[in-house]
Design a protein around this ligand. Structure first.
Ligand SMILES: Cc1ncc(COP(=O)(O)O)c(C=O)c1O
Length: 1006
């Protein structure tokens, strides 16, 4: 027989007072009175002296064991010596366990404890402060109990929520919903508690920190009573028991859970595995409560204390039963900064490092998309009545107005469309589940959905309720033996339900289903709901696609951004300005002689490698930006820049090692003779300085340039650039500037068919030099690009440089190579464009690719020339060669080497030239020549076999290909040459894409 089956002591209060006076001298007071207190199995009294509550008298059940009461005394004494807890527990007043005989002569042990004055927790108004204080009291209790032990604590105890098998038979006490709930609890207990027991910490536990054993004062828990249920059990029991009472009568479960658990955890860390059992222990304890109440009520119909929590326990059990047990586990783990699921980092790594196939028939990255906002300001979610047809119409007209093929509904958007009570939060009914944790793809009904990766059908069902998923597929994806994850496809048409079956293997790229129409798709405008799921949480038919605000941190880890698979550029999801507004503003602030490319200008938001991404989330292949030489936004360049900028950025008047390192590395790329460098910021500055050096060295000003050359935008350089001074707004040729004919074998004075065409151009140089000297002038230098960019990507013919340099040098003038466009490995066969001509220039100027977008440029020359220039006038450049620029320049050289970009330019360039020459073969009347070195290529478009330049066609092509996602531009004196000079990560596949699109376009045009 246990204490539960034995009646509490039968007491005659008058007799008891007398006995107390006789046995406890400190109670031998005139005005001693007793007030009965609630107890299930004992008789407890409040002892008052002069109406003042002083002590608690505990007369134990006659069947209570002495050992057990001694254990309580032992614990009270011990806990009273622990600073963190002593003020919260009663003090032992009695010195020995006396025996009191009750009215029917049974022996009962007597104890007297100090009284903690306050209100009972159950009767107190709940508040955050109160819950926090409760959590920390329990945390301290668990902490202290770790180091205490007592033989009597090793016992079986009916109220221990970690061992409830003994009441399993009592489920028959209930019927209907109650029975289902209790059965569910037992099932969960088996899985979440029993199977997990080996992973739980065990210690002495209080065993009954319920809301009638907690004393509250000034909104804080100040006392913990009743150590009569102490037992060696899972440590986490105490928290679970407290929660089972603290959550009663709370409509918002979220806040008390958060407050109590966090403050407990801050003092005494809950383990990852304890979270697995915690809420099931809560349910177990409530299960004990309702079973015991039902049983005891039968036996002791008059003891009201026995049923004290029954009603509240049931209503909490009903509430908890609706909530997926994993939700608690994950929410609480996340709250305490634990990983939620073991597979998280493995799956995220997998998603980040793998390529997935298209979810629709085409690549989402290659089409224009628009965001379909469904938030409170959404134009689509304004009406209070839900009408999928009219929303659908609005979405379609919005998409066509924005020139977009599909709409994208956002991950983690707080939405205004989730109606109905299904979307009320179960944790806190004052909040709704209205934050989307998938991505929606709005397209017409019937659009095919492909599986982006291999998988197996786990769920295939029709969630056929309004606002639900309609026909739904969940695929299971296996990474390795231990790690798998899932993807969900909602709002499909019914076809897939017939065509597929659960367990079916699905291949990457396979058509899976099609987008469904309303009303069968849950009565939504046609769209796909796509979501990643790291753990199915035991769900068999469905999976939450929306979450309440408070649980978003947790859900984001279970259902991370589906864009990890879709691969839409992240910038697309950020709010940005409409391009038309940007253009208007730019026009009002910035001079209009800065041109804007294409008939339909582009706003770019981000870039990577050879790709740029616009405001429609579309990818563009960059075929023109040789400045982003090693690839847009290269992480190594960025890192070098940031690291240096964090440490030091100063100018060349101080000593810093990075300038020496970089100079050495850069000069190692040149013939030995070229051993001195001047750092500047732009190509123009470099040419300007080179010209100044040449003037100082030669004491003359006259300069020889090639027709159509461009050397920079400064006053001086516009004069040296026929491309500018002969063009619109140009002021014509200056006296000191001498122009030799451009060696153009197609349209020049001497053409390929003339056997001596090269010699003729060399002779022209001789002629001009002669003219200079016949006018009593003196030549300072010859400026020449190693491939003539603005001239139309013209490759200098063999021997041209060798011979012309000889002519120039005969006059002691300097030969300057402008390598601003072509340098740093782009030409593939050499690091510099001039090298293939077998010459060593006197000065070389560098720019554009040198800093991969960071403004750094240089003049490289010989020590002898530099010494002459060092004529007493200081050369100072505020920014040129500063520490950051040098670090960036150095990183660019490293990346070129490490990623073997020169070789890549050679291989891909050859491949590309071949393809383009095939296109030329297909369209001989449209293309006169494809020319280039490495990834510096020009396609010369003509009107006819007479090679009349076709500016119109070239311009049409670049605008049409822009619409296909390819960025090109035109050059040459007639603007008929399409220039190709992409960032060097450009691949053969990229070149195929350009060739195919170009060929197709030309075929469609002619
Ligand atoms: C051959 C050549 N030299 C010099 C420059 C001027 O460089 P920057 O624009 O950096 O001043 C350019 C610019 O396009 C160029 O093509």
């Amino acid at each position: 027989m246990s204490v539960f089956n034995s009646l509490p002591p039968k007491i005659n209060q008058y007799h008891l007072i007398k006995w107390l006076r006789a046995n406890y001298p400190f109670l031998n007071k005139k005005n001693l009175s007793l007030n009965i207190l609630n107890s299930e199995r004992d008789k407890n009294y409040l002892i008052k002296v002069n109406k003042k509550s002083l002590y608690v008298l505990k007369i134990s059940n006659p069947l209570e064991s002495k050992n057990f009461l001694e254990m309580q005394d032992f614990l009270l004494t011990n806990l009273n010596s622990r600073a963190s807890i002593k003020d919260f527990i009663p003090k032992k007043i009695h010195s020995t366990l006396n025996i009191y005989k009750d009215e029917i002569g049974r022996s009962c042990y007597v104890r007297i404890l100090s009284y903690i004055e306050g209100q009972i927790y159950a009767k107190s108004k709940s508040s955050k402060e109160l819950e926090l204080s409760l959590g920390s009291l329990l945390g301290n209790l668990s902490k202290e109990l770790q180091n205490l032990g007592h033989a009597s604590s090793f016992r079986k105890f009916e109220w221990d929520p970690s061992s409830i098998d003994w009441i399993k038979k009592d489920t028959n006490l209930f019927k209907g919903k109650r029975k289902t709930i209790i059965n569910n609890n037992f099932q969960e207990y088996e899985y979440f508690v029993k199977k997990n027991k080996n992973n739980l910490r065990f210690s002495l536990t209080h065993g009954d920190a319920n809301n009638y054993n907690l004393v509250v004062k000034n909104n804080k828990v100040i006392g913990l009573l009743d150590f009569g249920d102490m037992i060696f059990a899972p440590t986490i029991n105490d928290l679970a028991i407290t929660l089972s009472y603290a959550l009663m009568n709370k409509s918002d479960l979220y806040s008390p859970l958060k407050n109590i658990i966090l403050s407990y955890h801050n003092i005494f860390s809950i383990t990852f595995d304890e979270f697995f059992s915690l809420m099931s222990l809560v349910k177990s304890r409530l299960t004990i409560t309702v079973i015991m109440a039902a049983k005891q009520r039968k036996k002791f119909p008059n003891n009201t204390y026995l049923g004290i929590s029954e009603k509240d326990a049931w209503s909490l059990l009903y509430k908890l039963d609706k909530i997926n047990p994993y939700l608690f586990i994950y929410f609480l783990r996340d709250l305490c900064d634990y990983p939620i699921t073991n597979n998280y980092s493995k799956v995220i790594d997998y998603l980040k490092n793998n390529k997935f196939s298209n979810i629709l028939d085409f690549d989402l990255i290659k089409i224009n998309k628009s965001t379909i906002y469904l938030n409170s300001e959404s134009i689509f979610a304004k009406n209070s009545t839900h009408n999928p047809k009219s929303i659908s119409k609005k979405i379609n007209s919005y998409l066509s107005k924005n020139n977009s093929s599909i709409g994208i509904g956002l991950y983690r958007e707080k939405r205004n469309v989730y109606k109905g009570k299904n979307y009320v939060s179960l944790l806190n009914p004052n909040t709704r589940r209205d934050i989307h944790i998938g991505i929606d793809i709005f397209s017409s009904a019937g659009t095919f959905i492909h599986s982006p990766l291999n998988g197996k059908i786990l769920i295939l069902t029709n969630n056929a309720f309004e606002f639900d998923y309609g026909p739904t597929i969940v695929l299971e994806h296996t990474i390795d033996k231990k790690n798998r994850f899932y993807t969900i496809y909602g709002h499909l048409s019914k076809k897939c339900l017939k065509l597929l079956h659960v367990g079916q293997q699905i291949r990457k790229g396979q058509v899976l289903a099609e987008i469904g129409n309303f009303p069968i798709n849950g009565n939504w405008p046609p769209h796909l709901h796509f979501q990643i799921i790291l753990n199915m949480m035991g769900e068999k038919e469905n999976f939450p696609g929306v979450s309440e605000d408070i649980l978003i941190p947790m859900w984001s880890k279970i259902s991370p951004d589906p864009n990890l698979i879709l691969g839409i550029p992240n910038s697309f999801f950020k709010k940005h300005k409409h391009i038309a507004n940007l253009i208007t503003k730019r026009r009002s602030h910035v001079s209009n002689n800065l041109s804007i490319s294409y008939n339909k200008p582009l706003q770019f938001l981000e870039a990577k490698g050879q790709y740029l991404y616009d405001d429609k989330g579309r990818q563009y292949l960059d075929c023109v930006n040789n400045i982003s030489h090693v690839g847009h936004c290269h992480p190594k360049i960025h890192e070098a820049l940031v690291n240096q900028n964090e440490k030091l950025n100063t100018n060349t008047r101080y000593i810093y090692k990075i300038m020496n390192d970089y100079s050495e590395k850069l000069l190692s790329k040149f013939p030995k003779k070229l051993d001195t460098v001047f750092f500047v910021c732009t190509g123009s500055e470099a040419n300007d300085l080179a010209y100044r050096i040449a003037q100082t060295y030669t004491h003359s000003r006259d300069v020889l340039v090639i027709d159509n050359a461009y050397h920079g935008h400064t006053n001086t350089l516009i004069d040296l650039s026929p491309y500018k001074f002969k063009g619109k707004g140009g002021k014509g040729q200056k006296d000191h500037v001498h122009v030799t004919k451009m060696p153009d074998g197609i349209r020049g004075d001497w053409k390929y068919k003339n056997k001596f065409w090269i010699k003729e151009y060399i002779k022209d140089v001789q002629k001009i030099i002669d003219q200079i000297y016949s006018n009593n002038k003196k030549l300072s230098c010859f400026f020449v690009e190693s491939i003539l960019g603005c001239g139309g990507q013209i490759i200098l013919p063999p021997n041209y440089l060798k011979e012309t340099f000889k002519l120039v040098r005969k006059k002691n003038a300097l030969c300057i190579i402008d390598e601003v466009q072509t340098g740093f490995g782009r030409v593939g066969n050499n690091f510099w464009g001039f090298e293939e001509h077998g010459v060593v220039p006197d000065i070389i100027t560098l720019g554009k690719p040198m800093g991969n977008g960071h403004p750094i440029a240089a003049v490289v020359t010989t020590k002898e020339i530099a010494n002459v220039f060092n004529n007493g006038m200081e050369y100072f450049n505020s920014f040129g060669g500063n520490s950051v620029s040098c670090a960036v320049g150095n990183a660019v050289l490293e990346v070129i080497e490490n990623e073997q970009l020169q070789k890549r330019a050679l291989d891909v360039g050859k491949y590309f030239l071949n393809s383009l020459n095939l296109i030329k073969k297909n369209h001989p009347k449209l293309i006169s020549e494809v020319r280039g070195r490495g990834l510096f290529i020009g396609i010369d478009f003509v009107k006819n076999s007479k090679n009349e330049p076709n500016k119109k066609l070239a311009s049409l092509i670049i605008n049409k290909l822009r619409n296909q996602g390819i960025l090109l531009s035109t050059d040459g004196p007639y603007h008929n040459v399409i220039k190709i000079k992409p960032p060097l990560p450009f691949t053969k596949e990229d070149s195929d894409f350009v060739s195919q699109e170009l060929d197709q376009l030309l075929r469609s045009l002619y």
